[in-house]
Design a protein around this ligand. Structure first.
Ligand code: ZN
Ligand code: ZN
Ligand code: ZN
Length: 365
């Protein structure tokens, strides 16, 4: 997939001007990857892309990373300004910015870099780049959706394989290791997280897998993901070892219906919080409202969690191209938990699930 980075840079510059700002100061991380396709290491040596209306972008890079920066997709289209160890990179950045200007810096810029920049620009004002870039990054183009779909397919496959393996007698850590290996075998370049929460551990949504042995009658929440060409996967399924108890079956059915209700609610123009409400209503009506302890979902792309957030209070209307998780859950401390999570994309008329692994309650060995 080849992205049109110059177009993205132009649009970012336009939005910067519309917001009345003088420049965007972009740090290594998802913003830089989005705008320049440059996966620079976020380190103590300063790398910064300066995007300003009406001028060509400038990328300030450590001299030892010049070749790497030149080899990036926009390496030849931006002005590269190298600095060597012993130089003051902040003075270099400062010399390219108006002294009393208004700037937006990447949310993920290190505090040490930002504080050094601010010290040299006492008259300037600083805000977060997400105000400018989130609306651009949130609406995925076809190429991005293609990669998210590939990532989702790999995650589906990893789930299919682990559920065929059988879990009884294995530890959570052991299952988590298998999931990580499967994600890589199914096309992921890296694994970001593998939650395996068995029995009562399932009541903790972000449980860290431990050495608990999985036994007959346990429900097991598995939530895992990684990256394919920079784009993230994130799936959750809850399965049961041996036949399910009536209570697990009932709770699983409620969560599944809540997840479906959220999916049915997704369409362009619908406020994000209405999707949260759709899932939450199902769980509340079933009497488990207090046990659904988190928002319904989060945007996904170059970051595992990014806007739009599917949460109460977010009246932002959904737009075609937005991709996010729908992941309602019910958590019963001391007993078990159930969560079901798919990534969906907003289409012109409604929405499309990117995950296709079964949401039925699988009973495995
Ligand atoms: Zn989570
Ligand atoms: Zn997840
Ligand atoms: Zn998630």
């Amino acid at each position: 997939v080849a992205f049109d980075y110059l177009q993205r840079l132009r649009r970012a510059a336009e939005r910067t001007a519309e917001a009345g700002l003088d420049a965007l100061v972009v740090a290594p991380g998802p913003d830089l990857q989005y705008l320049a396709g440059y996966d620079a290491p976020p380190l103590e040596r300063l790398t910064a892309l300066l995007v300003a209306p009406g001028v060509d972008p400038i990328m300030v890079v450590p001299e030892l990373e010049r070749l790497r920066a030149e080899g990036s997709p926009v390496g030849r289209a931006v002005h590269l300004e190298g600095w060597s160890d012993g130089d003051d990179p902040y003075a270099l950045v400062r010399s390219r910015l108006p002294a009393g200007g208004s700037f937006a810096v990447s949310d993920r810029m290190w505090a040490s870099h930002l504080i050094a920049l601010q010290a040299g620009l006492p008259e300037a004002t600083f805000g977060t780049a997400s105000a400018i870039l989130s609306p651009l990054r949130a609406r995925k183009d076809q190429g991005e959706i293609h990669l998210l779909r590939r990532a989702a397919r790999g995650a589906d496959q990893a789930f299919n394989r682990i559920s065929q393996d059988g879990l009884e007698g294995r530890t959570e850590v052991d299952v988590a290791r298998s999931l990580a290996a499967y994600l890589e075998e199914e096309g992921h370049e890296s694994v970001a997280f593998t939650i395996v929460a068995s029995g009562p551990n399932g009541a903790s949504p972000h449980h860290e897998p431990g050495d608990r042995g999985i036994r007959d009658g346990d429900s097991v929440v598995m939530d895992f993901g990684g990256r394919v060409h920079g784009y993230c996967s994130d799936i959750t399924r809850t399965i049961v070892v041996g036949p399910a108890s009536d209570e697990i079956e009932e709770v699983h059915d409620i969560v599944r219906r809540a997840q479906d209700a959220a999916f049915q609610a997704v369409a362009p123009g619908v406020p994000a919080e209405e999707v949260d409400r759709a899932a939450r209503s199902v769980i509340e009506e079933a009497g488990y409202g207090d046990a659904f302890v988190h928002r319904t979902g989060h945007g996904i792309g170059l970051e595992e969690h990014e806007p739009p957030y599917i949460v109460r209070g977010n009246g932002e209307p959904l737009q075609e191209g937005m991709c996010f998780s729908l992941e309602p859950g019910i958590y019963l401390p001391g007993k078990f938990g159930v969560r079901i999570e798919d990534i969906v994309a907003v289409t012109a008329e409604g929405s499309d699930r990117l995950n296709h692994a079964t949401r039925d309650l699988l009973a495995v060995g």
